[in-house]
Design a protein around this ligand. Structure first.
Ligand SMILES: [Zn+2]
Length: 269
């Protein structure tokens, strides 16, 4: 008997005790790795535990039932073999669930996430307005409105291939959402650093190229053009300006600019 077969039998007797009748409940043994543990109840972190399978259940349905959104998962191994989300568990399997791998290549196993986007675009839930402004200032296309509801966020994500950023796990469990990130941090500058790191955006920063209020790309305007549209003391001091074609705001390297520049330098290090 192979090691795997022996393990499988042992798991079956452990998690699927009783044969026939109503006492029979099949399970698969799950173990979650790295930051996926954040989503689990404390007693389930960094340890194997059974998840009920009953008459068959997709692997995605099984891990979402214990709190892990599918958008956070990149690789699922069932008895050592990589499978798709739809893979049906029958009971007694050993399932290992891994998060999106950031820094190393695990080819040729089956990745469940598409490859990282070259020009990542985001849609943020209504609680993440400050994060949206930081991302826009760093040059990332980031849709956000204070009154977005879940359906709008999902629709924008699907139609425009945008990554959903949210602190609502329920939103990330929606079937249609392909790309998403559960934001762990609660303070906006830490959230910004978290997103830059999670999506490896350090090399894609384009500071001050996008309007922080309405997300539109900014255009350069001459000093002459902004005379009378900015305070006189600003006009005397600054030579370079940009303008938002949508809201008409004029931007120059003032105090807000310097603060964000410091933040960007920290994330780029
Ligand atoms: Zn604007």
């Amino acid at each position: 008997m192979s090691v795997r077969a022996a393990w499988s039998l042992a798991a079956h007797s452990r998690f699927a005790e009783g044969h026939g009748g109503e006492s029979e409940r099949k399970s698969a043994e799950f173990r979650f790795y790295e930051e996926l543990n954040d989503f689990l109840a404390p007693e389930r972190r960094k340890t194997a535990f059974p998840v009920p399978i009953d008459r068959g259940r997709s692997v995605k349905d099984a891990f979402e039932s214990v709190g892990v959104p599918h958008t956070e998962v990149d690789l699922v191994l069932v008895d050592g073999v990589s499978v798709a989300f739809e893979h049906v568990l029958r009971g007694a399997e050993r399932v290992a669930v891994y998060p999106v791998f950031e820094r190393f290549d695990i080819a040729p196993v089956l990745h469940l996430r598409p490859l990282p986007l070259r020009n990542p675009r985001f849609v943020l839930d209504c609680h993440l307005g400050k994060l949206a402004r930081h991302l826009r200032m760093a040059g990332f296309d980031s849709l956000w409105e204070p009154d977005y509801d879940d359906a709008e966020i999902v629709a924008l994500s699907v139609a425009q291939k945008r990554v959903v950023l949210t602190r609502d796990k329920g939103l990330l469990k929606r079937r249609a959402v392909q790309r998403g990130h559960f934001v762990r941090e609660t303070e906006s500058e830490k959230q910004f650093r978290e997103v830059i790191s999670a999506f490896q955006l350090e090399r894609l920063l384009k500071p001050f190229t996008r309007c922080r209020m309405c997300n539109s790309p900014l255009r350069d305007v001459s000093k002459e053009c902004v005379r009378g549209r900015v305070p006189e003391e600003v006009w005397k001091e600054h030579a370079a300006y940009t303008e938002c074609p949508d809201c008409g705001r004029i931007f120059w390297p003032g105090t807000h600019y310097k603060r964000l520049l410091r933040l960007l330098k920290r994330v780029a290090e």
